[in-house]
Design a protein around this ligand. Structure first.
Ligand SMILES: [Zn+2]
Length: 97
């Protein structure tokens, strides 16, 4: 049985998922290599969707410098800050991430 027709996997998300699903997808993509890859052209200016702090998303997954809220964008959509997804207030990256 395949199952690749609607997003390739069981609840694993994909580059066009939203919210936490997208964040988790980017975190796991290529064993985590994508998450820490710098976004081309110096990153995406954005506002923390938790506390409103302005910061630049410099890697495909990044934390708000103020509150630690986790934000991510997928490589195919990284040309527009509107595509940045927020994982939610109760989602945190490991300390040593
Ligand atoms: Zn914040």
């Amino acid at each position: 049985m395949g199952g690749c027709g609607t997003g390739c996997g069981d609840g694993m998300g994909g580059p066009f998922s939203e919210g936490r699903e997208l964040v988790e997808f980017v975190l796991m993509a290529h064993n985590g290599a994508v998450a820490k890859t710098p976004i081309p052209n110096g990153g995406l200016p954005t506002k923390c969707q938790e506390c409103g702090e302005s910061f630049t998303l410099e890697t495909f997954v990044a934390k708000c410098p103020k509150c630690g809220g986790v934000h991510a964008v997928s490589p195919p959509r990284c040309d527009d800050p509107a595509n940045i997804q927020y994982a939610g207030a109760d989602f945190r990256l490991p300390q040593d991430w």
